[in-house]
Write a protein that binds this ligand. Structure first.
Ligand SMILES: C[S@@+](CC[C@H](N)C(=O)[O-])C[C@H]1O[C@@H](n2cnc3c(N)ncnc32)[C@H](O)[C@@H]1O
Length: 339
């Protein structure tokens, strides 16, 4: 294989070795969050000795953990103490408004099953639509959306900045979860109202978020399953965020078609999802979420940007656009229903 300058590149195993131990990097992050390392560093327990005492672990082990965190770019050594890297300081210090640890720890429960991925891939049972969601309890939905909300409100703020909703009246937020997109949107646009559509156990949790944000007069909920039930009526905006890889092409196509039918003429739909580039070379995160569907034996797959544009075209949308929403994580496809 030649590099950009035509020189023959010597192959080695470095990339493969790094990948084979990547799970140890995840374990480091989980342990550091659990031991509140980044919170300690931000509060001044920022040397090996001080952190060891705070976390009640040995100095040797504190040194091992902090060395790995520094080597991974999570901590930075300054003169005689550590500081948190900027993203760590913003998102991993407990008590701060942007604390995102609940979401970062959420996938950790899959640790053992991911360790057995080859065995999981041998599963030959018929895939189930909504395999994981059918038995969801309210307690699970609470844990789930404590996690999604810890990043979802940030996405909601980004959405309300990227999309001008000043001429819109009502949002249907399909699979809206915590209601983050809707809650932030009505806070930013005084003329707007929203209905968060999600599964029955989830909307109980959505109502708690709506109450906490004091928007009960503007955001309502509707319990249902968007693969089977009628969608809310009278809306001129539809948002469907972060549930794309849970479903097959056929099902996503059908939900987008139903959304088109339910929207008012002139209305707009935004599909915010983990989409693969059309050359299928990445981003890895989109591929990961598709692969994760193995664990629940669902029909879900990774969809490309082009797949999603096609769903919009088939449904009848015009003015279809594709934008990075959170680069390498989420893409936003938007279309308008003709008047
Ligand atoms: C990862 S969460 C995203 C929540 C929210 N949209 C956000 O971005 O913060 C996915 C949500 O989709 C909901 N969902 C998945 N399938 C659904 C279905 N068939 N009908 C209604 N809601 C569904 C789940 O219950 C969950 O609340």
């Amino acid at each position: 294989m030649a590099d950009d300058h035509g020189n023959e590149k010597k192959l080695d195993t470095v990339r493969l070795q790094t990948m084979s131990r990547a799970f140890m990097g995840s374990a480091t992050l989980f342990a550091a969050i659990e031991l509140k390392l980044f919170t300690a560093v931000s509060e001044g327990d920022n040397t090996v000795q001080r952190f060891a005492k705070k976390a009640t672990i040995s100095v040797t082990n504190a040194d091992r953990l902090m060395t790995m965190c520094a080597a991974s770019g999570l901590l930075v050594w300054r003169d005689d103490h550590y500081i948190n890297a900027p993203d760590v300081q913003r998102f991993l210090v407990e008590g701060e408004a942007r604390y995102a640890a609940p979401w970062l720890l959420f996938t950790r429960s899959g640790w053992n099953r991911w360790g057995d991925l080859a065995k999981q891939l041998h599963n030959e049972q018929e895939p189930q639509v909504m395999a994981a969601s059918k038995t969801m309890s309210v307690e699970y939905a609470q844990r789930y959306h404590k996690a999604t909300a810890s990043v979802g409100f940030g996405s909601g703020r980004r959405f309300s900045k990227q999309v001008d909703l000043s001429q819109r009246r009502k949002i249907m937020d399909l699979g809206g979860g915590s209601g983050a997109y809707s809650i932030v949107a009505v806070q930013n646009y005084p003329q707007l109202s929203a209905v968060v559509f999600d599964l029955p156990p989830v909307v109980e949790v959505t109502r708690e978020f709506i109450r906490q944000h004091d928007v009960e007069d503007r955001v309502t909920t509707m319990a249902g399953n968007f693969t089977e039930d009628e969608l809310p009526e009278g809306c001129d905006v539809a948002i469907m965020a972060s549930n794309l890889p849970m479903y097959s092409r056929q099902i996503i196509q059908e939900v987008i078609r139903k959304s088109f039918t339910a929207l008012l003429p002139g209305g707009e739909m935004h599909l915010v999802g983990e989409m693969l580039d059309d050359d299928r070379t990445g981003p890895a995160d989109a591929a990961i979420w598709g692969l994760a569907e193995v664990m629940s034996n669902s029909t879900g797959i990774t969809h490309t940007r082009a797949d999603c544009v096609e769903y919009f075209q088939h449904a009848g949308f015009d003015d279809i656009s594709v934008d990075d929403f959170i680069p390498d994580i989420l893409v936003r496809v938007c279309g308008r229903k003709p008047t």
